[in-house]
Design a protein around this ligand. Structure first.
Ligand code: CMP
Length: 140
């Protein structure tokens, strides 16, 4: 399997509970390498643009409000089949449906406050990574 990169966000519900290290432990133990990482506070404009694909959804305004409610940690993860592999490590969007041992089963509070985001396809990873990182900030 070719080495691939995916984009990850540790969301405000997780940073608020001081879970960055616990989540990174699950990421690293799964075999993924954190090749870029920064903690930041999203602006409303950044959150709206990042989630623009969901603009028409009924949960859009709540989602944007949640994503700007506290710090996030944005990351680039690298490994074999990184996009699909990280989706397995995260678990289902709704923690009620997530498998045991996944990040969302262990830590998520709700379908909205679900602790992490991960790219849903290599095509979206290629859009999401440069949204937050310059090439020289990614060190493989
Ligand atoms: P994420 O993987 O970041 O992609 C979009 C986000 O919208 C998702 O995780 C959830 O945080 C949120 N989301 C998805 N579906 C719902 C829903 N039905 N109600 C509220 N939030 C949702």
């Amino acid at each position: 399997m070719a080495t691939e990169r995916t984009f990850s966000i540790i969301k405000p519900d997780a940073t608020r509970r001081n879970l960055t290290g616990a989540i990174n432990k699950l990421i690293e133990e799964s075999g993924l390498r954190i090749v870029a990482q920064k903690r930041m506070k999203l602006t409303r404009a950044q959150a709206e643009e990042f989630y623009a694909i969901h603009r028409e959804r009924p949960f859009f305004n709540d989602l944007v409000g949640f994503m700007v409610s506290g710090p996030v940690v944005v990351q680039v993860l690298e490994g074999a089949n990184a996009v699909g592999h990280y989706r397995d490590v995260m678990g289902a969007t709704n923690p009620a449906n997530a498998d045991a041992g996944t990040i969302r089963k262990e830590f998520a509070e709700s379908i909205e406050a679900n602790s992490v985001h991960g790219s849903d396809s290599p095509e979206n990873a290629a859009i999401e990574i440069p949204f937050f990182f310059k090439p020289e900030e990614i060190v493989g």
